[in-house]
Design a protein around this ligand. Structure first.
Ligand SMILES: NC(=O)c1ccc[n+]([C@@H]2O[C@H](COP(=O)([O-])OP(=O)(O)OC[C@H]3O[C@@H](n4cnc5c(N)ncnc54)[C@H](O)[C@@H]3O)[C@@H](O)[C@H]2O)c1
Ligand SMILES: O=c1ccn([C@@H]2O[C@H](COP(=O)(O)OP(=O)(O)O[C@H]3O[C@H](CO)[C@@H](O)[C@H](O)[C@H]3O)[C@@H](O)[C@H]2O)c(=O)[nH]1
Length: 445
C-alpha cells in the first residue's frame, strides 16, 4: 500500500519506518526542513534503539522517503496518517492546533479517495472535527479512522512491530478492511471499535498505567513508615494475574511526553462534561509530590543545601531515550538550585536535549558519570540507565566527597551495598536505608 505519514516525531517516524519495513511504500512528511534534511542524510533526529538501521535498510531499497512536500505525499498515498503533536495548553487541555492545521492541509491536497487515520492522541470527538475540516476543503471522497499509538520510547521499534493490540476506530467498512489488511502482519489481536471509543481507549490506557505508578509510589511511601519493602510488595502483588507485575516499579514518579500531558487532558475532557475525575486528579498530585522526596531526603542527610555540591545522574525521563519532556530531573534540579546548591549533572545521551530546552544557570554538565560524582556532597540517581547500574556503590563511594547516595530508581540491591559506608536512601525500602534520620521504621503497636 502507499502511505503518507504527517509528522516525523517518535510516532510518525517509527510507524512510518515500520510500515515501510513491512513492504509498504511510505513517504514521511514534516514541516521542519532541518529534520527532513537530517533524515535524507541518513541521520536520525531522535535516539531510538534499532531505528537508524531500519531507516537505512528501507531507504536503500527505495520504499521509504522523507519530504516537506505534504501535498505531493498525500496525493500519491492511499492512506494518510496524522501523527503530529498534541501538547498541553497551560490549563492542561490538548492543544489541537497542529491537528487542525494538518487536517486543513490534507483537505487541500486531496486528489481522489483516501483513508485519513489519526495516530496522534486526541480528545474524544476530535476525529469528527478532522472530518469536518477536511470536508470543508475538498469535494473528493474520504473516510476517517482513529488508530491510536501505544509505543513506548526506548522500545518503540519493538513495540510497533510486536504490538499487544491494534485499535481501529471507524464507522467505515472500507477503512476497516484496508486498515485490518495493513496491520494484519503485526498481530492477530485487532480490536475494531467506534471512533469515540478508540479515542477514549488511548487516554484510559495511559491514565490507568499512570494510576498504577502513583499507587505503588504511595505504597512505597507507606512501606517506609511501616518497615516493609516495596519491591517485595510489588513482586508479590504482581503474581496475581488480575493485577499483573508491570508498571509497579516505585521511584520518583512518571515523566515523559505522554503520561503527564494525557492525564491532564483526560481530567479536562471529563471536566468539560461536568465530571470531576477525582481519582486521576490524585494520581497527578501524588506524582508531583513524589519527585520532591529526593530533596527531602537530601535535606535530612545534609541539613541544608546552600553551598553543597549535588551530583545528578540521569536527565532523560527514562532510560534508552534522549527525551527530556516532563522529566523529573527538571523540577529536582530547579529545586536544588533554588536552595543554593551547586549541581553537577550527567546523562549518557540526553544532555544536549536538556541544555537546548532548559536554561539552568549554575548547572555544570559533565561528560562522564565519574566527573559529576567527583567531590560531590551527595549523588542523586534519577534515571535507571544501565551504565549507572554497572557502577558499583563502592566505586561511587570512592568518588564522592561525602558518602551520600539517593537512589531514586532503586537500582542497587542490598548485596551491592554491602561493605560500603554510604548513607543510602532508595524508595520504599527502609531496611536498606542507612544514615537517613528516619532510618528506623516506625513499628506498629
Ligand atoms: N512520543 C510517544 O512516545 C508517543 C506514543 C504514543 C502516542 N503519542 C502521541 O502521538 C502524537 C505525536 O507525538 P510525538 O511525540 O511523535 O510528537 P512530536 O511533537 O515529537 O513530533 C510531531 C512532529 O509533527 C510535525 N508537524 C506538526 N504539524 C505538522 C504539519 N502540519 N505538517 C507536517 N509536520 C507537522 C512537527 O514538526 C514535529 O516534528 C501526540 O499526540 C502524542 O501524544 C506519542
Ligand atoms: O513501573 C513503572 C513504569 C514506568 N515508570 C515511569 O513512567 C514514565 C513513562 O514510562 P513508559 O510508559 O515506559 O514510557 P513512555 O514512552 O512515556 O510510554 C507511555 O506513553 C506512551 C505515549 O502515550 C504510550 O504510547 C505508552 O504505551 C506508555 O507506556 C517514565 O518516567 C518511567 O520512569 C515508573 O515510574 N514505574
Amino acid at each position: 500500500m502507499k502511505l503518507a505519514v504527517i509528522g516525523t516525531g517518535y510516532v510518525g517516524l517509527v510507524s512510518g519506518v515500520c510500515f515501510s519495513d513491512l513492504g509498504n511504500e511510505v513517504v514521511c512528511v514534516d514541516k521542519m526542513s532541518n529534520k527532513i534534511e537530517m533524515l535524507n542524510r541518513g541521520e536520525v533526529p531522535i535516539y531510538e534503539p534499532g531505528l537508524k538501521e531500519l531507516i537505512k535498510k528501507n531507504k536503500d531499497v527505495g520504499r521509504l522517503h522523507f519530504t516537506t512536500d505534504l501535498l505531493g505525499a498525500v496525493q500519491q498515498a492511499d492512506i494518510v496518517f496524522i501523527a503530529v503533536g498534541t501538547p498541553s495548553l497551560p490549563d492542561g487541555q490538548a492543544d489541537l492546533s497542529y491537528i487542525e492545521q494538518a487536517a486543513e492541509e490534507i483537505g487541500k491536497s486531496l486528489n481522489g479517495f483516501k483513508i485519513i487515520v489519526t495516530k496522534s492522541t486526541v480528545p474524544v470527538g476530535t476525529n469528527e472535527k478532522i472530518q469536518e475540516k477536511i470536508a470543508m476543503q475538498s469535494l473528493f471522497p474520504f473516510e476517517i479512522a482513529s488508530v491510536p499509538e501505544f509505543l513506548r520510547e526506548g522500545t518503540a521499534v519493538q513495540d510497533t512491530l510486536l504490538p499487544d493490540r491494534i485499535i481501529i476506530g471507524t464507522s467505515s467498512e472500507m477503512a476497516r478492511k484496508r486498515l485490518i489488511e495493513l496491520h494484519k502482519p503485526l498481530t492477530d489481536n485487532i480490536v475494531v471499535t467506534d471512533v469515540r471509543s478508540a479515542e477514549m481507549i488511548k487516554y484510559a490506557s495511559n491514565a490507568f498505567l499512570a494510576t498504577k505508578i502513583s499507587f505503588i509510589n504511595e505504597i512505597a511511601n507507606i512501606c517506609e513508615k511501616v518497615g516493609a519493602d516495596v519491591d517485595q510488595v510489588a513482586f508479590g502483588m504482581g503474581q496475581d494475574k488480575r493485577i499483573g507485575s508491570s508498571f509497579l516499579k516505585a521511584g520518583i514518579g512518571y515523566g515523559g511526553s505522554c503520561f503527564p500531558k494525557d492525564t491532564q487532558a483526560l481530567i479536562q475532557i471529563a471536566g468539560q462534561m461536568d465530571y470531576d475525575f477525582k481519582l486521576l486528579k490524585s494520581v497527578v498530585e501524588v506524582n508531583r509530590d513524589q519527585r520532591f522526596n529526593v530533596i527531602k531526603k537530601l535535606e535530612s542527610i545534609l541539613n541544608h543545601l546552600q553551598g553543597k555540591t549535588i551530583a545528578v545522574w540521569g536527565l532523560a525521563f527514562k532510560p534508552e531515550t534522549d527525551d527530556v519532556r516532563d522529566a523529573p530531573a527538571i523540577e529536582i534540579i530547579s529545586s536544588l538550585l533554588e536552595r543554593g546548591a551547586k549541581v553537577k549533572a550527567y546523562d549518557p545521551i540526553a544532555t544536549d536535549n536538556f541544555t537546548r530546552h532548559f536554561n539552568m544557570d549554575g548547572v555544570e554538565y559533565c561528560d562522564k558519570a565519574h566527573e559529576a560524582a567527583s567531590d560531590a556532597d551527595a549523588l542523586c540517581i534519577l534515571t535507571e540507565w544501565k551504565e549507572f547500574k554497572d557502577i558499583s556503590p563502592a566505586i561511587i563511594e570512592s568518588w564522592l566527597k561525602r558518602p551520600n547516595l539517593i537512589d531514586g530508581r532503586n537500582i542497587y540491591s542490598e548485596a551491592e551495598l554491602a561493605g560500603t559506608e554510604l548513607n543510602y536512601y532508595s524508595v520504599g525500602r527502609p531496611a536498606m536505608n542507612k544514615g537517613v534520620k528516619e532510618r528506623s521504621p516506625i513499628l506498629l503497636p
